[in-house]
Write a protein that binds this ligand. Sequence first.
Ligand code: AMP
Ligand code: MG
Length: 408
Amino acid sequence: MTTPAEALRLILDRVAVLPPVRLPLPDCLGLAAAEDLTSQAQVPPFTNSAMDGYAVRAADLAEASPERPLRLRVIGDLAAGATPTAAVGPGEALRIMTGAPLPAGADTVVPVEDTRRGEAWMEVQKPLGPGVHIRHAGEDLAIGQKLVAAGRGLRPGDLGVLAAAGIAEVPVHRRVRVAVLTTGDELVDVSEQPGPGRIRDANIHALCAQVAAAGAVPVPFPRVPDDPGTLGPTLRQALEADVVLTTGGISVGDYDFMKGLLEELGARRVFWKVAQKPGGPLGFWLLDGKPVFGIPGNPVAAMLMVEEYVRPALRKLMGFGLLHRPVETAVLEGGWSGRAVDRRTTFLRVVARREGGQLRARSTGPQGSAILSSMLIANALAVLPEGVSRVEDGGEVTLHLTEMAEDH
Ligand code: AMP
Ligand code: MG
């Protein structure tokens, strides 16, 4: 059996980042920048007013006081988007709106709320230094300034900055398309009332959602019965996607056809079975050069496999610099004990929280790989090294923070 660390390495060594594409800015949210992005323009492009008010000469206001308000002649109006036609001379003020270019002659802006005003005049009761309420050309971004490093997932704020910086098309890595197949004669759609011996197909929803949450595009396939005659052609069709993810039928039961069939189709096996609990069979193949993951049908094991192995692979394909969730040490409240699992790594679903600068976690309860309800509260996975079957109350464990922190 392959260890989890080896399995991850074998997978990541065999998936290569997709070639970059240039996409229009609005299509780039969540995608990884394919190269360092630098500003094509200075921002702001021209010196402008930061307030609605009056563009004036600071020197004119030097003597202003509440006892002796200073009155200036208002020579006109300047809206955002307009260009000044006249300079502001001594004793003059130009009414200016936020974002309008600062006219020649003026060196400061008096906010409208600090003035008294009439038809063609305004008054100030205190002096104001030069350069106040003014945004200087290029003070935010300079031409050639580095904005986003290659490999970073683009966030809403990034898109705003890129737009201001004149980048209409962004070199990014596109989303990978992942064919998601669930197998099993017992499965029915969520909308159906399961007949005797039948259960609802939970995995198609959980796994597609995990794929989408990783930034990839899930392509859900119709459920496949445990019948090689149907499974074979469906797998072929699934290869139109970039990655194939199948659940169920990967074990050693009489109706577990996945492994044999994949290899009949020419899939090259990289490994099968990982020494972990929950888990057991996690197969990884390359078929027509495409990664194929065969993961167990048990819903919790399936989600865990996607979290720990498929997600990093998808993120590598999509060019993200960060492939993994944050890893931190936590105190395990209430401890944990399980069956001795020699030479297997155990993943525990836990609820983690920060308290007094410390990360503390607690088991979600029964850890069977069919206890799907644990996923309602789990926000992290505790990883217990091989051979560990017991953790004392207050013992330290390593956590993979699956849902606790935003990553990008
Ligand atoms: P398998 O890996 O096919 O042997 O399935 C292991 C267990 O997971 C069985 O109890 C299956 O009924 C269950 N199972 C398999 N696929 C799904 C699915 N898509 N949704 C919910 N449970 C499943
Ligand atoms: Mg099955």
